[in-house]
Design a protein around this ligand. Structure first.
Ligand code: C2O
Length: 581
């Protein structure tokens, strides 16, 4: 698959695309984060035309993408003009099949095709009459909670009165299953799954999904002001299951959750397993700061890697998707590997996650993190992906009037155009940049560190320590690349990365040596294997651990979940891509 990766080009982007709809918030909040330098990083795109445009035009490009003679025949391509389109197209509902079983060999009812429709309407955003403010779930008013419960109760009722009504609770949950567990093929590529996770489609897909879900709920109770709350897990006050979901008499309740993670149990976003509440909170805040700011070098580091028509699904999720987003799925889902919920239902598996009402409240916060990253944080990374392959990617949803509508990723970049915003509250994680280390680590004390050449590819059944050369001495802007991370996609995967970590206190992430993490929610795809690449920026970490005069560092990779199902193919340190300013 190396050729698929190689076919993506690096495009230089000098300007932030500021249309009137993308202006930052009018009032600058007091927690505004600033950096002195504002310049723009390169963006990665799938658009290979610029590289390979020849006298034979796009066929050449397609041949290159597919490595012809491999999966597809030229006749198939020539006979299917839609194969030329670059962005991922909306699925063809008439060709929907069963979602794949979550674990091969096991019989599992994973039929989640949406009901058919006569026609597809290109969705036009209605003018925004009232700007609605989504509240934090733990601060929602009793009136808001009562409306929410009533709306979900009516949505569940539709399951009984008309199971084919696309607004019903199960039909809404099935949308997620179908887009995530291989029920849809990519249009024009019937041996490639359509997958909306682990790539740049993650944020726009879920934003649109919640948009229609929220409109349906509002419509069911006749209230156009209805808003979904967000699970404020990035604030210590929101770091428990929101109490409104924890009442077994409420329609917001779901019995398929980890019984240990109810009541006052503190969220463990990082799979740290710590039993110390304060340490859990510190780990959570540190990892959010890392995935929002510290480890991010490029737009794709945060937004996810390019995924286009004809390219493999799951090229790599963004830092927030891989991080806190996955952490909540894991924390809420069941952990029973042998009982009736052995696939970590409901939240712990993509095929079933939409059956838990807390999913939508969790994703409301995931969506809010995108808003904060894009509109509030001033970092030196370009905020919007400008590639047409991203902006024109399409999805289908049913709206509140049961119409099947087609939407584009590029039409949802500003949530205010969709008629909602978020309650602007504190961002305590902005203070969680780890402290500078008092004394420089003696790298020679780190036992078992081996050269990359002698260990790669390396399996993570146990902690690995690898000596990796820096690209230069002095004050440098560098990133650590972990390449060809092969995983069993049906398992929860999590590992953490540290640099020059002689203390080895792996349950504590709030230390300068912590470089970032990788995590994945179980899902099934045609070939059980997932392959991803991640990069973790080291610039501020270097300052904190004082390595400017060193030639090499020791990278420690600590498995947290199913390490035996992870193999890393490449580890290197490279300069952060050149940028213009
Ligand atoms: Cu579509 Cu949190 O998953």
């Amino acid at each position: 698959m190396a050729s698929l990766q190689a076919s993506c080009t690096i495009l230089s982007s000098n300007t932030r695309s500021h249309s009137s709809s993308t202006q930052p918030l009018s009032a600058k909040p007091s927690y505004l984060f600033t950096r002195p330098r504002r310049s723009h990083h390169f963006q990665v795109s799938c658009d290979a035309k610029k590289n390979v445009e020849t006298s034979q035009g796009k066929i050449d490009r397609r041949n290159m993408l597919l490595g012809l003679g491999g999966m597809y025949g030229a006749a198939n391509i020539l006979g299917n003009p839609s194969a030329y389109a670059d962005p991922v197209q909306a699925p063809d509902f008439t060709k929907c099949g069963d979602a794949h079983d979550v674990q091969s060999g096991d019989a599992l009812d994973a039929k989640c095709c949406p009901p058919p429709a006569d026609k597809i309407i290109d969705y036009k955003l209605p003018p925004v009459k009232i700007m609605r403010t989504r509240p934090a779930a733990h601060r929602a008013s009793s009136e808001q909670v009562a409306k929410y419960e009533e709306a979900i109760r009516r949505m569940r009722e539709l399951d009984k009165t008309d199971p084919q009504d696309p607004r019903g609770f199960t039909q809404q949950a099935n949308i997620h299953c179908a887009y995530c567990n291989g029920a849809h093929d990519q249009v024009g590529y019937n041996n490639l799954d359509l997958q909306v996770h682990n790539s740049w489609l993650f944020f726009p897909f879920h934003r649109w999904y919640l948009y229609f879900y929220e409109r349906i709920l509002g419509n069911l109770i006749g209230d156009p002001t209805f808003v979904l709350p967000f699970w404020n897990w990035d604030n210590p006050k929101g770091m428990t299951l929101p109490p409104i979901f924890d009442n077994s008499n409420s329609p917001l309740y779901d019995e398929k959750r980890d019984p240990n993670n109810r009541g006052s149990a503190i969220v463990d976003l990082t799979f740290s397993g710590s039993t110390d509440s304060l340490q859990l909170v510190a780990n959570n805040l540190t990892s959010i700061y890392s995935e929002m700011v510290r480890s991010v070098s490029t737009t794709n580091d945060f937004m996810g890697k390019p995924y286009c028509a004809g390219t493999n699904p799951s090229p790599g999720g963004g830092s927030s998707e891989n991080g806190s987003h996955t952490g909540i799925h894991w924390w809420v889902g069941t952990k029973d590997r042998t009982g009736p919920n052995k696939y970590n239902e409901d939240m712990g598996n993509f095929y079933s996650a939409g059956r838990d009402p807390v999913f939508y409240c969790h994703h409301s916060n995931v969506d809010r993190m995108w808003t904060i990253w894009r509109d509030v944080l001033e970092t030196d990374v370009l905020k919007d992906i400008t590639s047409a392959d991203y902006l024109n990617a399409e999805f289908l949803f049913y709206d509140e009037n049961k119409r099947l509508v087609r939407v584009k990723a590029g039409d949802c970049l500003d949530q205010r155009r969709l008629g909602y915003d978020y309650d602007r509250i504190d961002l305590p994680w902005l203070n969680y940049r780890p402290p500078k280390k008092a004394t420089k680590a003696k790298v020679s004390n780190i036992s078992d560190a081996k050269t990359a050449a002698s260990v790669l590819p390396v399996n993570l059944k146990e902690t690995v320590r690898v000596i990796v050369p820096k690209s230069a001495k002095g004050k440098v802007d560098e990133q650590l690349m972990l390449e060809n991370i092969e995983t069993d996609s049906t398992k929860f995967i999590k590992f953490d990365v540290f640099i020059n970590d002689e203390d080895d206190k792996i349950e504590e992430l709030d230390r300068a040596e912590y470089a970032g993490s990788f995590a994945q929610v179980p899902h099934k795809s045609k070939n059980k294997k997932g392959t991803a690449n991640i990069s973790l920026r080291l610039t501020s970490l270097y300052e904190e651990i004082d390595v400017s005069e060193d030639d090499t560092v020791v990278v420690t990779i600590v498995p947290r979940s199913n390490g035996e199902d992870v193999t890393i193919g490449g580890i290197k340190i490279v300069p952060v891509p050149a940028r213009s300013s």
